[in-house]
Design a binder for this molecule. Structure first.
Ligand code: G
Ligand code: G
Ligand code: MN
Length: 526
Protein backbone atom coordinates (compact mmCIF):
# COMPACT_ATOMS: atom_id res chain seq x y z
CA UNK A 1 0.00 0.00 0.00
CA UNK A 2 1.12 3.52 -0.59
CA UNK A 3 1.73 5.89 2.29
CA UNK A 4 -1.48 7.81 1.70
CA UNK A 5 -3.60 4.63 1.34
CA UNK A 6 -2.23 3.45 4.70
CA UNK A 7 -2.99 6.86 6.16
CA UNK A 8 -6.59 6.89 4.84
CA UNK A 9 -7.30 3.32 5.98
CA UNK A 10 -5.87 3.88 9.44
CA UNK A 11 -7.73 7.18 9.68
CA UNK A 12 -11.04 5.47 8.89
CA UNK A 13 -10.26 2.68 11.37
CA UNK A 14 -9.45 5.26 14.03
CA UNK A 15 -12.64 7.17 13.26
CA UNK A 16 -14.74 3.98 13.47
CA UNK A 17 -13.09 3.14 16.78
CA UNK A 18 -13.62 6.67 17.98
CA UNK A 19 -17.37 6.31 17.35
CA UNK A 20 -17.81 2.69 18.46
CA UNK A 21 -15.58 2.86 21.53
CA UNK A 22 -17.52 5.38 23.60
CA UNK A 23 -20.86 3.75 22.67
CA UNK A 24 -19.66 0.28 23.63
CA UNK A 25 -18.32 1.72 26.85
CA UNK A 26 -21.61 3.50 27.51
CA UNK A 27 -23.52 0.23 27.01
CA UNK A 28 -21.19 -1.76 29.24
CA UNK A 29 -21.54 0.87 31.95
CA UNK A 30 -25.31 0.96 31.48
CA UNK A 31 -25.57 -2.84 31.80
CA UNK A 32 -23.44 -2.85 34.91
CA UNK A 33 -25.52 -0.06 36.40
CA UNK A 34 -28.79 -1.85 35.53
CA UNK A 35 -27.64 -5.08 37.19
CA UNK A 36 -26.36 -3.20 40.20
CA UNK A 37 -29.53 -1.25 40.85
CA UNK A 38 -31.88 -4.16 40.07
CA UNK A 39 -29.89 -6.35 42.47
CA UNK A 40 -30.09 -3.69 45.16
CA UNK A 41 -33.84 -3.35 44.66
CA UNK A 42 -34.53 -7.11 44.71
CA UNK A 43 -32.33 -7.54 47.75
CA UNK A 44 -34.31 -4.82 49.51
CA UNK A 45 -37.55 -6.79 48.86
CA UNK A 46 -36.04 -9.92 50.40
CA UNK A 47 -34.77 -7.96 53.40
CA UNK A 48 -38.18 -6.37 53.86
CA UNK A 49 -39.86 -9.79 53.92
CA UNK A 50 -37.24 -11.09 56.35
CA UNK A 51 -37.77 -8.09 58.63
CA UNK A 52 -41.51 -8.79 58.72
CA UNK A 53 -40.89 -12.46 59.52
CA UNK A 54 -38.54 -11.55 62.36
CA UNK A 55 -41.08 -9.08 63.74
CA UNK A 56 -43.71 -11.83 63.60
CA UNK A 57 -41.43 -14.23 65.47
CA UNK A 58 -40.70 -11.56 68.09
CA UNK A 59 -44.40 -10.92 68.65
CA UNK A 60 -45.12 -14.66 69.00
CA UNK A 61 -42.29 -15.13 71.50
CA UNK A 62 -43.39 -12.14 73.57
CA UNK A 63 -47.04 -13.23 73.60
CA UNK A 64 -46.18 -16.83 74.55
CA UNK A 65 -43.82 -15.63 77.30
CA UNK A 66 -46.58 -13.39 78.75
CA UNK A 67 -49.10 -16.27 78.63
CA UNK A 68 -46.72 -18.79 80.21
CA UNK A 69 -46.04 -16.31 83.02
CA UNK A 70 -49.77 -15.84 83.67
CA UNK A 71 -50.63 -19.54 83.38
CA UNK A 72 -51.68 -21.36 86.57
CA UNK A 73 -52.49 -24.75 85.10
CA UNK A 74 -56.18 -24.14 84.36
CA UNK A 75 -56.44 -24.70 80.72
CA UNK A 76 -58.83 -21.85 79.86
CA UNK A 77 -59.33 -19.44 82.78
CA UNK A 78 -61.08 -16.13 82.07
CA UNK A 79 -57.79 -14.36 82.90
CA UNK A 80 -55.84 -16.30 80.25
CA UNK A 81 -58.60 -15.71 77.69
CA UNK A 82 -58.59 -12.00 78.50
CA UNK A 83 -54.79 -11.85 78.19
CA UNK A 84 -54.90 -13.69 74.87
CA UNK A 85 -57.38 -11.11 73.53
CA UNK A 86 -55.24 -8.19 74.67
CA UNK A 87 -52.06 -9.72 73.24
CA UNK A 88 -53.84 -10.39 69.94
CA UNK A 89 -54.99 -6.80 69.63
CA UNK A 90 -51.48 -5.53 70.46
CA UNK A 91 -49.70 -7.83 67.97
CA UNK A 92 -49.94 -6.52 64.43
CA UNK A 93 -48.76 -9.74 62.75
CA UNK A 94 -50.85 -12.19 64.79
CA UNK A 95 -54.41 -13.01 63.71
CA UNK A 96 -55.33 -15.04 66.80
CA UNK A 97 -53.75 -16.65 69.85
CA UNK A 98 -55.04 -19.86 71.36
CA UNK A 99 -54.36 -22.54 73.90
CA UNK A 100 -53.50 -25.94 72.35
CA UNK A 101 -54.38 -29.38 73.70
CA UNK A 102 -53.91 -32.48 71.55
CA UNK A 103 -53.49 -30.58 68.26
CA UNK A 104 -56.63 -28.57 68.94
CA UNK A 105 -57.12 -24.95 69.95
CA UNK A 106 -59.37 -25.30 72.98
CA UNK A 107 -59.85 -21.61 73.71
CA UNK A 108 -58.52 -18.49 71.99
CA UNK A 109 -58.55 -14.73 71.56
CA UNK A 110 -61.44 -15.31 69.16
CA UNK A 111 -63.79 -15.91 72.10
CA UNK A 112 -66.00 -18.72 73.35
CA UNK A 113 -68.25 -18.96 70.30
CA UNK A 114 -65.31 -19.83 68.02
CA UNK A 115 -65.41 -23.18 69.83
CA UNK A 116 -62.54 -25.63 69.60
CA UNK A 117 -60.48 -25.55 66.43
CA UNK A 118 -58.73 -28.77 65.26
CA UNK A 119 -55.26 -28.00 63.82
CA UNK A 120 -53.94 -31.39 62.76
CA UNK A 121 -50.37 -32.54 63.49
CA UNK A 122 -47.36 -30.17 63.27
CA UNK A 123 -45.42 -30.33 60.01
CA UNK A 124 -42.04 -29.85 61.71
CA UNK A 125 -40.33 -28.22 64.68
CA UNK A 126 -37.33 -25.92 64.91
CA UNK A 127 -36.18 -22.78 66.75
CA UNK A 128 -36.15 -24.33 70.24
CA UNK A 129 -39.36 -26.36 70.09
CA UNK A 130 -41.55 -24.13 67.97
CA UNK A 131 -44.00 -26.35 66.03
CA UNK A 132 -44.87 -25.22 62.52
CA UNK A 133 -48.16 -26.00 60.77
CA UNK A 134 -47.93 -24.71 57.21
CA UNK A 135 -51.46 -25.12 55.91
CA UNK A 136 -54.22 -24.75 58.49
CA UNK A 137 -57.86 -24.16 57.44
CA UNK A 138 -60.17 -22.66 60.05
CA UNK A 139 -63.97 -23.17 59.93
CA UNK A 140 -64.77 -19.44 59.88
CA UNK A 141 -62.43 -18.79 56.87
CA UNK A 142 -62.31 -22.05 54.94
CA UNK A 143 -60.76 -20.48 51.79
CA UNK A 144 -57.70 -19.11 53.62
CA UNK A 145 -54.60 -21.12 54.46
CA UNK A 146 -53.01 -20.01 57.73
CA UNK A 147 -49.61 -20.54 59.21
CA UNK A 148 -49.84 -21.69 62.83
CA UNK A 149 -46.85 -21.62 65.14
CA UNK A 150 -47.13 -23.41 68.45
CA UNK A 151 -44.90 -22.97 71.46
CA UNK A 152 -45.24 -23.98 75.11
CA UNK A 153 -48.92 -24.99 74.73
CA UNK A 154 -49.97 -21.80 72.95
CA UNK A 155 -50.40 -21.19 69.22
CA UNK A 156 -50.29 -18.08 67.06
CA UNK A 157 -52.33 -17.96 63.87
CA UNK A 158 -50.57 -15.99 61.13
CA UNK A 159 -52.09 -14.76 57.89
CA UNK A 160 -49.64 -15.92 55.21
CA UNK A 161 -49.90 -12.71 53.26
CA UNK A 162 -48.51 -10.54 56.06
CA UNK A 163 -44.78 -11.41 56.13
CA UNK A 164 -44.60 -10.99 52.35
CA UNK A 165 -46.80 -7.94 52.21
CA UNK A 166 -43.96 -6.01 50.55
CA UNK A 167 -44.80 -3.33 48.05
CA UNK A 168 -42.99 -4.09 44.79
CA UNK A 169 -42.77 -1.92 41.70
CA UNK A 170 -43.73 -4.84 39.46
CA UNK A 171 -46.40 -7.44 40.17
CA UNK A 172 -44.27 -10.35 38.89
CA UNK A 173 -41.72 -10.30 41.72
CA UNK A 174 -41.53 -13.58 43.63
CA UNK A 175 -41.42 -13.27 47.44
CA UNK A 176 -41.12 -16.02 50.01
CA UNK A 177 -40.05 -16.96 53.51
CA UNK A 178 -38.74 -20.35 54.48
CA UNK A 179 -37.41 -22.47 57.33
CA UNK A 180 -33.64 -22.73 57.36
CA UNK A 181 -33.55 -26.22 58.93
CA UNK A 182 -35.41 -28.00 56.12
CA UNK A 183 -36.02 -25.40 53.42
CA UNK A 184 -39.81 -25.72 53.77
CA UNK A 185 -41.64 -22.70 52.40
CA UNK A 186 -43.59 -20.82 55.08
CA UNK A 187 -45.24 -18.21 52.91
CA UNK A 188 -44.76 -17.36 49.24
CA UNK A 189 -46.18 -15.63 46.25
CA UNK A 190 -45.15 -15.91 42.60
CA UNK A 191 -43.07 -18.44 40.70
CA UNK A 192 -40.56 -20.10 43.03
CA UNK A 193 -38.07 -22.93 42.73
CA UNK A 194 -37.17 -24.61 46.05
CA UNK A 195 -33.80 -25.61 44.55
CA UNK A 196 -32.83 -21.93 44.82
CA UNK A 197 -32.72 -22.21 48.62
CA UNK A 198 -29.78 -24.62 48.56
CA UNK A 199 -27.63 -21.96 46.91
CA UNK A 200 -27.68 -19.91 50.13
CA UNK A 201 -25.45 -22.52 51.79
CA UNK A 202 -24.00 -21.12 54.98
CA UNK A 203 -23.86 -17.50 53.85
CA UNK A 204 -26.18 -14.78 55.05
CA UNK A 205 -26.87 -13.36 51.57
CA UNK A 206 -26.73 -14.76 48.06
CA UNK A 207 -27.53 -13.26 44.67
CA UNK A 208 -27.60 -15.16 41.41
CA UNK A 209 -29.20 -15.37 38.01
CA UNK A 210 -31.33 -18.42 37.23
CA UNK A 211 -32.26 -18.28 33.57
CA UNK A 212 -34.64 -15.31 33.34
CA UNK A 213 -34.76 -14.54 37.07
CA UNK A 214 -32.54 -12.51 39.34
CA UNK A 215 -32.72 -14.28 42.71
CA UNK A 216 -31.70 -12.85 46.08
CA UNK A 217 -31.86 -14.85 49.32
CA UNK A 218 -31.17 -13.62 52.86
CA UNK A 219 -30.95 -15.43 56.20
CA UNK A 220 -32.04 -14.14 59.61
CA UNK A 221 -29.32 -13.66 62.18
CA UNK A 222 -31.75 -14.36 65.02
CA UNK A 223 -34.20 -17.06 63.91
CA UNK A 224 -33.97 -20.12 61.70
CA UNK A 225 -35.80 -18.35 58.93
CA UNK A 226 -34.84 -16.83 55.60
CA UNK A 227 -36.51 -14.82 52.87
CA UNK A 228 -36.12 -14.63 49.13
CA UNK A 229 -37.08 -12.29 46.33
CA UNK A 230 -36.78 -13.02 42.62
CA UNK A 231 -37.33 -10.47 39.87
CA UNK A 232 -37.54 -11.23 36.16
CA UNK A 233 -34.37 -10.20 34.32
CA UNK A 234 -36.60 -8.37 31.86
CA UNK A 235 -36.49 -5.61 34.45
CA UNK A 236 -32.71 -5.46 33.92
CA UNK A 237 -33.11 -5.22 30.16
CA UNK A 238 -35.78 -2.63 30.70
CA UNK A 239 -33.45 -0.55 32.86
CA UNK A 240 -30.62 -1.15 30.40
CA UNK A 241 -32.85 0.14 27.62
CA UNK A 242 -33.70 3.25 29.63
CA UNK A 243 -30.08 3.98 30.57
CA UNK A 244 -28.87 3.21 27.05
CA UNK A 245 -31.46 5.61 25.69
CA UNK A 246 -29.75 8.24 27.79
CA UNK A 247 -26.09 7.17 27.38
CA UNK A 248 -25.95 6.11 23.74
CA UNK A 249 -26.72 9.57 22.37
CA UNK A 250 -24.03 10.98 24.69
CA UNK A 251 -21.58 8.28 23.49
CA UNK A 252 -22.57 8.98 19.91
CA UNK A 253 -21.93 12.70 20.29
CA UNK A 254 -18.62 12.11 22.10
CA UNK A 255 -17.64 9.58 19.42
CA UNK A 256 -18.54 11.97 16.62
CA UNK A 257 -16.54 14.78 18.20
CA UNK A 258 -13.58 12.41 18.54
CA UNK A 259 -13.99 11.18 14.99
CA UNK A 260 -14.10 14.71 13.63
CA UNK A 261 -10.96 15.56 15.62
CA UNK A 262 -9.19 12.43 14.33
CA UNK A 263 -10.21 13.14 10.74
CA UNK A 264 -9.20 16.77 11.06
CA UNK A 265 -5.74 15.85 12.38
CA UNK A 266 -5.32 13.15 9.75
CA UNK A 267 -6.35 15.52 6.96
CA UNK A 268 -3.86 18.05 8.21
CA UNK A 269 -1.14 15.41 8.17
CA UNK A 270 -2.15 14.24 4.72
CA UNK A 271 -2.36 17.76 3.43
CA UNK A 272 0.94 18.94 4.93
CA UNK A 273 3.16 18.18 1.87
CA UNK A 274 0.75 20.06 -0.39
CA UNK A 275 0.76 22.97 2.05
CA UNK A 276 4.58 22.97 2.13
CA UNK A 277 4.66 23.14 -1.70
CA UNK A 278 2.21 26.04 -1.64
CA UNK A 279 4.26 27.79 1.06
CA UNK A 280 7.36 27.50 -1.13
CA UNK A 281 5.45 29.05 -4.03
CA UNK A 282 4.00 31.83 -1.85
CA UNK A 283 7.30 32.57 -0.14
CA UNK A 284 6.02 31.99 3.38
CA UNK A 285 9.47 30.97 4.66
CA UNK A 286 12.10 33.21 6.18
CA UNK A 287 15.23 32.78 8.28
CA UNK A 288 16.04 33.67 11.86
CA UNK A 289 19.64 33.75 13.00
CA UNK A 290 20.91 32.65 16.38
CA UNK A 291 24.37 33.88 17.39
CA UNK A 292 27.25 31.58 18.36
CA UNK A 293 29.54 33.09 20.99
CA UNK A 294 33.14 32.48 21.96
CA UNK A 295 32.86 31.53 25.65
CA UNK A 296 36.33 32.92 26.35
CA UNK A 297 35.71 36.44 24.99
CA UNK A 298 31.91 36.68 24.77
CA UNK A 299 32.22 37.80 21.16
CA UNK A 300 29.79 36.66 18.48
CA UNK A 301 31.76 34.49 16.11
CA UNK A 302 28.94 33.08 14.04
CA UNK A 303 25.22 32.46 13.65
CA UNK A 304 22.95 29.57 12.75
CA UNK A 305 20.23 30.12 10.14
CA UNK A 306 16.94 28.65 11.35
CA UNK A 307 13.96 28.38 9.05
CA UNK A 308 10.72 30.12 10.04
CA UNK A 309 7.31 29.52 8.48
CA UNK A 310 4.60 32.10 8.86
CA UNK A 311 1.21 30.98 7.46
CA UNK A 312 -0.97 33.60 5.72
CA UNK A 313 -3.08 33.89 8.88
CA UNK A 314 0.03 34.81 10.88
CA UNK A 315 0.32 31.42 12.57
CA UNK A 316 3.91 30.13 12.95
CA UNK A 317 4.60 26.46 12.18
CA UNK A 318 7.54 25.00 14.07
CA UNK A 319 10.34 23.44 12.02
CA UNK A 320 10.34 20.27 14.14
CA UNK A 321 6.77 19.75 12.83
CA UNK A 322 7.23 20.38 9.11
CA UNK A 323 10.90 19.50 8.48
CA UNK A 324 10.27 15.76 9.13
CA UNK A 325 7.19 15.91 6.86
CA UNK A 326 9.21 17.61 4.13
CA UNK A 327 11.90 14.93 4.53
CA UNK A 328 9.35 12.10 4.24
CA UNK A 329 7.58 13.69 1.29
CA UNK A 330 10.82 14.20 -0.64
CA UNK A 331 10.47 17.97 -0.42
CA UNK A 332 13.38 18.77 1.87
CA UNK A 333 15.83 19.56 -0.93
CA UNK A 334 13.44 22.21 -2.26
CA UNK A 335 13.21 23.62 1.26
CA UNK A 336 17.01 23.66 1.58
CA UNK A 337 17.29 25.38 -1.77
CA UNK A 338 14.91 28.05 -0.51
CA UNK A 339 16.95 28.42 2.72
CA UNK A 340 20.11 28.96 0.67
CA UNK A 341 18.34 31.58 -1.49
CA UNK A 342 17.09 33.39 1.63
CA UNK A 343 20.52 33.32 3.25
CA UNK A 344 22.09 34.62 0.02
CA UNK A 345 19.63 37.51 0.03
CA UNK A 346 20.09 38.28 3.76
CA UNK A 347 23.88 38.03 3.87
CA UNK A 348 24.78 39.58 0.52
CA UNK A 349 28.03 41.44 0.99
CA UNK A 350 28.09 40.69 4.73
CA UNK A 351 31.40 38.83 4.85
CA UNK A 352 33.32 41.69 3.30
CA UNK A 353 32.83 43.46 6.66
CA UNK A 354 32.98 40.36 8.88
CA UNK A 355 35.89 38.21 7.78
CA UNK A 356 35.97 36.10 10.94
CA UNK A 357 32.26 35.27 11.11
CA UNK A 358 30.68 31.93 10.15
CA UNK A 359 27.14 31.31 9.06
CA UNK A 360 25.60 27.88 9.78
CA UNK A 361 23.08 26.25 7.42
CA UNK A 362 21.16 23.12 8.45
CA UNK A 363 21.15 20.27 5.95
CA UNK A 364 19.08 17.10 6.03
CA UNK A 365 20.33 13.61 5.20
CA UNK A 366 18.88 13.79 1.68
CA UNK A 367 20.81 17.04 1.03
CA UNK A 368 24.02 15.51 2.27
CA UNK A 369 23.59 12.45 0.07
CA UNK A 370 23.07 14.44 -3.15
CA UNK A 371 26.26 15.75 -4.86
CA UNK A 372 24.32 18.73 -6.28
CA UNK A 373 24.06 20.14 -2.74
CA UNK A 374 27.77 21.06 -2.74
CA UNK A 375 27.14 23.19 -5.83
CA UNK A 376 24.20 24.94 -4.15
CA UNK A 377 26.21 25.78 -1.01
CA UNK A 378 29.11 27.05 -3.10
CA UNK A 379 26.55 29.24 -4.87
CA UNK A 380 25.75 30.79 -1.48
CA UNK A 381 29.48 31.37 -0.92
CA UNK A 382 29.68 33.29 -4.18
CA UNK A 383 26.53 35.30 -3.49
CA UNK A 384 27.71 36.41 -0.04
CA UNK A 385 31.38 36.85 -0.85
CA UNK A 386 32.20 34.20 1.75
CA UNK A 387 35.83 33.24 2.14
CA UNK A 388 37.27 30.14 3.80
CA UNK A 389 35.60 29.29 7.14
CA UNK A 390 32.75 31.78 6.58
CA UNK A 391 30.15 29.13 5.82
CA UNK A 392 29.30 26.09 7.89
CA UNK A 393 26.89 23.28 7.15
CA UNK A 394 25.23 21.47 10.03
CA UNK A 395 23.80 18.00 9.65
CA UNK A 396 22.49 15.62 12.28
CA UNK A 397 23.98 12.19 12.93
CA UNK A 398 21.38 10.72 10.61
CA UNK A 399 23.14 12.44 7.70
CA UNK A 400 26.44 10.82 8.61
CA UNK A 401 25.33 7.27 9.45
CA UNK A 402 26.50 6.11 6.02
CA UNK A 403 29.80 8.01 5.57
CA UNK A 404 30.21 6.82 1.97
CA UNK A 405 27.01 8.61 0.98
CA UNK A 406 27.98 11.85 2.72
CA UNK A 407 31.63 11.71 1.72
CA UNK A 408 31.41 13.37 -1.69
CA UNK A 409 29.48 16.44 -0.49
CA UNK A 410 31.55 16.78 2.70
CA UNK A 411 34.87 16.42 0.86
CA UNK A 412 33.91 18.90 -1.88
CA UNK A 413 32.66 21.47 0.62
CA UNK A 414 35.67 21.21 2.94
CA UNK A 415 38.01 21.46 -0.05
CA UNK A 416 36.30 24.77 -0.78
CA UNK A 417 36.69 26.15 2.74
CA UNK A 418 33.19 25.33 4.04
CA UNK A 419 33.09 24.10 7.64
CA UNK A 420 31.14 20.93 8.45
CA UNK A 421 29.43 20.35 11.81
CA UNK A 422 27.67 17.34 13.23
CA UNK A 423 24.48 18.70 14.80
CA UNK A 424 22.35 17.60 17.77
CA UNK A 425 25.19 15.33 18.80
CA UNK A 426 24.27 12.56 21.23
CA UNK A 427 20.69 12.15 20.08
CA UNK A 428 21.29 9.87 17.10
CA UNK A 429 23.11 6.68 16.39
CA UNK A 430 26.40 7.76 14.83
CA UNK A 431 29.21 5.52 16.02
CA UNK A 432 32.68 6.77 16.72
CA UNK A 433 34.19 4.63 13.95
CA UNK A 434 31.80 6.11 11.40
CA UNK A 435 32.79 9.62 12.43
CA UNK A 436 36.49 8.79 12.31
CA UNK A 437 36.12 7.97 8.64
CA UNK A 438 34.92 11.48 7.84
CA UNK A 439 36.91 14.65 8.30
CA UNK A 440 34.62 17.16 10.08
CA UNK A 441 35.21 20.49 11.84
CA UNK A 442 32.62 21.04 14.57
CA UNK A 443 30.53 19.00 16.94
CA UNK A 444 27.36 20.60 18.33
CA UNK A 445 26.35 19.13 21.69
CA UNK A 446 22.60 18.69 21.79
CA UNK A 447 20.57 21.03 24.01
CA UNK A 448 19.32 18.09 26.08
CA UNK A 449 22.79 17.48 27.54
CA UNK A 450 23.42 21.14 28.26
CA UNK A 451 20.03 21.37 29.94
CA UNK A 452 21.01 18.60 32.39
CA UNK A 453 24.18 20.33 33.57
CA UNK A 454 24.04 20.84 37.33
CA UNK A 455 21.08 18.47 37.71
CA UNK A 456 21.15 14.92 39.03
CA UNK A 457 20.05 13.47 35.68
CA UNK A 458 22.39 10.79 34.31
CA UNK A 459 22.69 12.76 31.08
CA UNK A 460 24.56 15.45 33.04
CA UNK A 461 27.52 13.09 33.28
CA UNK A 462 27.61 12.67 29.51
CA UNK A 463 28.84 16.18 28.67
CA UNK A 464 32.50 15.62 29.75
CA UNK A 465 32.57 12.38 27.75
CA UNK A 466 31.29 14.10 24.62
CA UNK A 467 33.95 16.78 25.10
CA UNK A 468 36.69 14.12 25.40
CA UNK A 469 35.40 12.37 22.33
CA UNK A 470 35.30 15.57 20.29
CA UNK A 471 38.93 16.26 21.30
CA UNK A 472 39.99 12.78 20.22
CA UNK A 473 38.40 13.40 16.83
CA UNK A 474 40.00 16.89 16.63
CA UNK A 475 36.60 18.59 16.49
CA UNK A 476 35.82 22.05 17.86
CA UNK A 477 32.77 22.05 20.14
CA UNK A 478 29.67 24.25 20.08
CA UNK A 479 27.31 23.74 23.01
CA UNK A 480 23.65 24.34 22.15
CA UNK A 481 20.81 25.63 24.28
CA UNK A 482 22.89 27.41 26.95
CA UNK A 483 20.42 29.26 29.14
CA UNK A 484 22.26 29.95 32.41
CA UNK A 485 25.60 31.31 33.60
CA UNK A 486 26.08 28.04 35.51
CA UNK A 487 25.89 26.05 32.30
CA UNK A 488 28.21 28.51 30.52
CA UNK A 489 30.74 28.36 33.37
CA UNK A 490 30.67 24.56 33.50
CA UNK A 491 31.28 24.34 29.74
CA UNK A 492 34.04 26.97 29.85
CA UNK A 493 35.78 25.01 32.63
CA UNK A 494 35.61 21.87 30.49
CA UNK A 495 37.43 23.78 27.75
CA UNK A 496 34.43 24.17 25.45
CA UNK A 497 35.07 27.24 23.28
CA UNK A 498 31.75 27.99 21.63
CA UNK A 499 28.12 28.11 22.62
CA UNK A 500 24.63 29.06 21.47
CA UNK A 501 21.56 29.66 23.54
CA UNK A 502 19.04 32.07 24.98
CA UNK A 503 21.69 33.26 27.47
CA UNK A 504 23.48 34.95 24.57
CA UNK A 505 20.77 35.55 22.02
CA UNK A 506 17.55 34.18 20.62
CA UNK A 507 17.03 33.53 16.90
CA UNK A 508 16.52 36.98 15.31
CA UNK A 509 16.08 38.57 11.89
CA UNK A 510 19.30 39.13 9.98
CA UNK A 511 19.00 42.91 10.14
CA UNK A 512 18.86 42.74 13.92
CA UNK A 513 21.87 40.40 14.04
CA UNK A 514 23.90 42.95 12.05
CA UNK A 515 22.58 45.81 14.18
CA UNK A 516 23.59 44.05 17.41
CA UNK A 517 27.03 43.17 16.15
CA UNK A 518 27.70 46.71 15.16
CA UNK A 519 26.32 48.08 18.45
CA UNK A 520 28.59 45.87 20.54
CA UNK A 521 26.63 42.62 20.56
CA UNK A 522 25.97 41.10 23.91
CA UNK A 523 24.20 43.86 25.77
CA UNK A 524 22.00 44.66 22.79
CA UNK A 525 20.97 41.10 22.06
CA UNK A 526 19.42 40.16 25.37
O1 G B 1 14.61 26.83 16.60
P1 G B 1 14.07 25.88 15.79
O2 G B 1 12.68 25.55 16.25
O3 G B 1 14.13 26.63 14.53
O4 G B 1 14.70 24.51 15.32
C1 G B 1 14.03 23.27 15.35
C2 G B 1 14.73 22.22 14.55
O5 G B 1 14.59 22.45 13.16
C3 G B 1 16.20 22.14 14.85
O6 G B 1 16.54 20.78 15.06
C4 G B 1 16.85 22.65 13.61
O7 G B 1 18.05 21.96 13.35
C5 G B 1 15.83 22.35 12.54
N1 G B 1 15.95 23.32 11.46
C6 G B 1 15.84 24.66 11.55
N2 G B 1 16.03 25.23 10.34
C7 G B 1 16.29 24.22 9.47
C8 G B 1 16.62 24.15 8.08
O8 G B 1 16.72 25.15 7.40
N3 G B 1 16.82 22.96 7.53
C9 G B 1 16.75 21.81 8.25
N4 G B 1 16.96 20.65 7.64
N5 G B 1 16.47 21.82 9.58
C10 G B 1 16.24 23.01 10.18
O1 G C 1 19.50 22.93 14.65
P1 G C 1 19.24 22.86 16.14
O2 G C 1 18.63 21.57 16.57
O3 G C 1 20.47 23.16 16.89
O4 G C 1 18.23 24.04 16.48
C1 G C 1 18.30 24.70 17.70
C2 G C 1 16.94 24.75 18.31
O5 G C 1 17.03 25.07 19.67
C3 G C 1 16.04 25.76 17.72
O6 G C 1 14.72 25.31 17.92
C4 G C 1 16.28 26.99 18.62
O7 G C 1 15.20 27.90 18.55
C5 G C 1 16.36 26.31 19.93
N1 G C 1 17.16 27.01 20.93
C6 G C 1 18.26 27.76 20.73
N2 G C 1 18.77 28.18 21.90
C7 G C 1 17.98 27.69 22.89
C8 G C 1 18.00 27.77 24.31
O8 G C 1 18.86 28.38 24.95
N3 G C 1 17.02 27.12 24.99
C9 G C 1 16.06 26.44 24.34
N4 G C 1 15.12 25.85 25.08
N5 G C 1 16.00 26.32 22.99
C10 G C 1 16.97 26.95 22.26
MN1 MN D 1 21.42 23.17 13.93
Amino acid sequence: MTRSRVAVVSTLAAAALAVAGPIALALILARREAIRSETARTLAYAQDALGRSEATADQILQAVAALVAADHGESCSPQIEGLMRRLDVASSYIQAIGRVRNDTIVCSSLGKDAGSLPLGPVDFSQDGGAGFRLDVRLPFAPATSFLVIEKDGFAAVIHKGLPIDVTTLRPDVTLGTFAISNHRILTARGRLDVDWLRRLGDSSVTVFLDRDRLVTIVRSGRFLIGALAAAPTTSISERLRQTALLLVPVGLVAGLILAVAVLHLARQQLAMPAVIRAALRREEYSLAYQPTVDLRTGRWVGAEALIRWRRPGGEMVRPDLFIPVAEDAGLIQRVTERVLELAARDAAGFFARHREFHLGINLSAADLHDPRTAELVLGLARATGAGPRNLMIEATERGFTDPRLAEQVVTTLRANGVLVAIDDFGTGYASLSQLENLALDYLKIDRAFVESIGTTAVTSEVVPHIVDMARALHLEIIAEGVETEVQAGFLRDLGVHYAQGYLFGRPMPFARLVECMEAGEVAAAR
